[in-house]
Ligand binder design. Structure first.
Ligand code: MG
Length: 268
């Protein structure tokens, strides 16, 4: 099952996305928020609509998290490219929910930064409250689904500030979408790629995570309670680099699709 969030008659709705005759279409709208329930997605109350081709829908970010928890340096080669040691335990930080950006909308380079970079990542959406998970607990029932995230970063400010709130936290610095997909197995490995203007810049696979997804979720749950709808950005592969106005950044996660956002300068 997969779903999106989109505009229908000027209202934000969650819509089920199905393949009909080889084309993705939105067939139903959910009558509840998909993650504030114990029901399976297919069992949620929904209403049939006139099928809307997914490609022509006005998409919104498919998550509304209470927090965005990110993992830093979760791929060996990426840790090395920024001159960092491979961490011995997960390194976590926040992005504010206000940084979320819908598919297709503009990433704004703030005037305060001279070097803004892309970080394509697998995003994980929490489906059930989880707190203090022990090592023998299966984390999969706590996961609602997966999406693409761009952990946009003002690299110069990240290096200058002692902590990363500013570098990671500007409005528009968290593009997310297009859809949330349930059938994905990051443990088995899914490809994560980032392109700028069509050119491949980052290429990784989640099977190369330093800390597997279950380790990450347990670790975070021992620090803070993860709530339904919370978003985890799982770390970026090597190949991060600058983006400038007029660039188009695409994050592609195998089995999910491609999240595309243009870049503009703040003044524009
Ligand atoms: Mg990152």
């Amino acid at each position: 099952m997969k779903y999106c969030r989109f505009e229908l008659n000027k209202e934000a709705k969650y819509g089920l996305v199905e393949s009909v005759a080889g084309q993705d279409v939105i067939t139903r709208v959910l009558l509840t928020t998909p993650y504030q329930t114990d029901e399976e997605l297919e069992d949620l109350p929904s209403k049939k609509i006139n099928s809307l081709p997914f490609a022509s829908a006005v998409l919104l970010a498919p998550v509304q998290p209470s927090k965005i928890v990110c993992v830093g340096r979760n791929y060996r080669e990426h840790a090395a490219e920024l001159g960092n040691e491979v961490p011995t335990e997960p390194l976590i930080f926040f992005k504010p929910p206000s940084s979320i950006l819908a598919p297709g909308k503009n990433i704004r380079r703030p005037r305060a930064s001279e070097r803004v970079e892309h970080e394509g990542e697998l995003g994980v959406i929490i489906g059930k409250t989880c707190h203090n998970l022990s090592d023998d607990v299966d984390v999969r029932p706590y996961i609602l689904g997966y999406t693409c995230v761009n952990d946009v970063t003002a690299r110069d400010l990240q290096n200058k500030d002692k902590q990363w709130t500013r570098a990671k936290g500007f409005d528009t610095f968290c593009p997310v979408g297009l859809v949330v997909v349930q059938e994905l197995d990051p443990w088995a490995g899914v490809a994560v790629e980032t392109r700028v203007n069509g050119e491949l810049r980052q290429q990784g696979n989640t099977k190369d995570f330093i800390f597997a997804l279950d380790v990450v979720i347990r670790y975070i749950s021992r620090v803070m309670t993860l709530l339904p709808g919370d978003l985890i950005a799982t770390g970026t592969p090597q190949g991060v680099g600058p983006i400038v106005a007029k660039d188009v950044v695409e994050v592609t996660v195998e089995g999910i699709g491609t999240l595309s956002n243009p870049v503009v300068n703040e003044a524009e």
